[in-house]
Design a protein around this ligand. Structure first.
Ligand code: ATP
Length: 589
């Protein structure tokens, strides 16, 4: 898609979202608040449906995943242990001229001629600020432009800008330099940016009546850490056994430097995260004498006891892909980015980003990381509480080994260690712990953003087509082609005329009969064609029209039937009212 077309599509989508009540700017009557959004009546239903599909796929339809609903504010020590206090930051730069902020790693690299200055002098006041400043000249830009921006920069805080004198500032030390793919300049005015500096993304608050350093707390920047912090409680209070998962959906907060692209990157958002705990590969080796590792074409359909972490990781990529297909996001709109070793966080063994082709580019929808035992180990260390599990089968398998076999196992584990700095003594202690049946489970983490998913679903659904109206005129129909499973309204019930009580009564009866199982909408106002168009824009997959045939006014033949209109094909069929609920449930569940 060309850039203009992409922008245009995005603009139309944002405008439809507001017009039809999917998404509003938060606090709009006060001018809005950057990075925060509200979901309107249709958006709230859409989001709820998405949440439900995830909950169903990840928890309800499996017997190896349980749920958690943790608090948003956790003990600050959690964020110290997880590394968020020290390292959860993005690089930030400011424009020296306009003070606008940038996420340094998201600045589009630019090439051109940088014009550097060392300072300026005012002939009237004699004032001479000395500090380096530069302006990047792109194609067709004149050096005078750089000089004007430089004068404006040096004038700030040093000469009276109201007199216009600043325009005569004498610039000092001008020199030119060719730059290639630089991210040091403001893409909109070419002005120099500050050196990138880390900016911690956690939103801080205080608990209790006194604001002091002792009661600092953070709004969680991800839902995952609460799962690790509650790991032991879940294990002790349920009958779960590794491999198993703990999943939760909830709000997360990040003080993003530059929220952008509508709801794609906001400061308050919702995550859907699963921590799937598995045995470490060494435990699998002890139990089964071998570990199944990933190779191209491996069968991922059904988990096997001797799967190593790579298989589990691939399995979850396949599961999540199947989930997306089930709500209408197929291979045509998804892509994958396997992070390169140099991109990986120090604790991650592998990470794949599932990407979606948004109108503004192909970007991350969900990340699936194999995180080893990093998180549980950190929390065990910082809390001083043991978080290991005891694995009866593992203990039994190890006790069947001879002393020589154990030594050989320790030796092999040492040779295959992932970090060269790990000592033989550390490996030996780790293996002896395994022989007793104890270990910290490793984890595979599929982590998805609910709001990003909502945006993906909205962008994939948006469509315009030219249709011929009943009167023979061509018109553009805007239609949201949501998968019926996630559509905010499943069915609209429309009496043909609102001033015919028998039609209205029958239509209301149908609404009532469907209401307990799906979101239905009753609409009696306007011409039927216009009512259909309204539902097309809301993405309602089915419209039911109650007409004179329904109430037997045209004879007994079609009495008790309604027309069922299909949103995508616009075709209509007559079906008995008695068959309606089953038909709708079949399509929307
Ligand atoms: P990004 O690189 O886009 O900032 P991330 O890699 O930091 O994302 P994770 O920490 O892996 O993201 O979070 C998991 C998921 O949470 C992301 O795939 C995304 O769907 C969602 N997410 C993260 N940050 C935001 C945000 N600011 N607004 C909306 N959703 C977000």
């Amino acid at each position: 898609m060309a850039k203009d077309e992409q922008n245009n599509r995005m603009e139309k989508l944002v405008s439809l979202c507001k017009r039809r009540g999917f998404i509003f700017q938060s606090s709009e009557i006060y001018g809005g608040i950057n990075g925060f959004w509200d979901y309107g009546p249709l958006g709230a239903e859409l989001k709820r449906n998405l949440r439900d599909t995830w909950w169903k796929a990840v928890i309800r339809q499996r017997d190896d995943v349980v749920a958690l609903d943790a608090s948003i504010i956790l003990h600050p020590a959690v964020w110290k242990a997880s590394g968020h206090v020290d390292t959860f930051s993005d690089p930030m730069s400011d424009c020296l001229l306009t003070k606008s902020r940038f996420r340094s790693d998201q600045i589009e690299p630019q090439s051109g001629t940088a014009v550097w200055f060392s300072g300026a002098r005012s002939a009237t006041t004699g004032h001479a600020p000395e500090r380096p400043f530069a302006v990047l000249l792109r194609k067709n830009e004149n050096i005078e432009q750089a000089r004007r921006l430089a004068r404006e920069y040096y004038a700030e805080g040093s000469v009276d800008k109201t007199t216009g004198d600043w325009m005569n500032l004498e610039l000092l030390g001008e020199r030119q330099e060719e730059v290639v793919n630089s991210t040091r300049f403001n893409p909109s005015n070419g002005g120099l940016l500050t050196e990138p500096r880390p900016f911690n993304l956690m939103l801080k608050t205080h608990t209790g009546p006194v604001e002091s350093d002792d009661n600092v707390a953070y709004l969680r920047p991800e839902t995952a850490q609460a799962i690790f912090a509650q790991f032991k409680n879940v294990v002790d209070s349920t009958r779960v056994k590794v491999p198993f998962g703990i999943a939760q959906i909830g709000k997360a907060f990040r003080n993003e430097i530059t929220p952008r692209n509508f709801i794609f990157r906001s400061r308050e958002f919702e995550q859907m995260e699963l921590e799937f705990f598995i045995r470490p590969d060494e435990a699998i080796e002890l139990l089964y004498g071998n570990v199944t590792r990933w190779e191209e074409g491996a069968d991922l359909s059904s988990p096997q006891p001797n799967w190593g972490w790579e298989m589990w990781h691939r399995y979850w990529v396949a599961e999540r892909t199947a989930y997306y297909a089930g709500i209408g996001l197929g291979p045509d709109v998804l892509d994958y980015y396997w992070q390169q070793p140099e991109d990986l966080a120090h604790y991650a063994r592998a990470t794949v980003d599932i990407l979606f082709k948004f109108p503004f580019g192909t970007e991350e929808l969900e990340g699936i990381a194999a995180r080893g035992d990093f998180d549980l180990r950190q929390h065990q260390k910082h809390s001083g509480k043991p978080l290991e599990v005891f694995d009866e089968e593992l203990k039994a398998a190890a006790s069947a080994l001879s002393e020589d076999q154990r030594q050989a196992f320790i030796q092999k584990t040492f040779e295959n260690r992932s970090k060269p700095e790990t000592t033989e003594a550390e490996i030996s202690a780790y293996c002896h712990n395994l022989f007793k049946g104890n270990y910290l489970p490793h984890v595979i983490e599929p982590s998805a953003g609910l709001d990003r998913l909502a945006l993906a679903i909205l962008s994939a659904a948006y469509d315009e087509e030219v249709v011929t109206s009943d009167g023979g005129k061509s018109e553009t129909r805007t239609v949201m082609r949501f998968h019926p499973r996630v559509a905010p309204i499943k069915c609209a019930v429309l009496p043909l005329l609102k001033n015919k009580p028998a039609l209205v009564e029958k239509a209301r009866e149908i609404v009532q009969s469907l209401r307990s199982q799906m979101n239905v909408f009753y609409d009696e106002s306007g011409a039927i064609g216009r009512r259909y168009r309204r539902q097309d824009e809301a993405g309602t997959p089915f419209c039911v029209t109650v007409d004179f045939d329904t109430i037997g006014e045209n004879g007994p033949e079609n009495e008790g039937t309604v027309t069922l209109r299909h949103r995508d094909s616009m075709t209509q069929e007559r079906i008995p009212i008695t068959a309606l609920k089953a038909r709708l449930l079949e399509a929307t569940l």
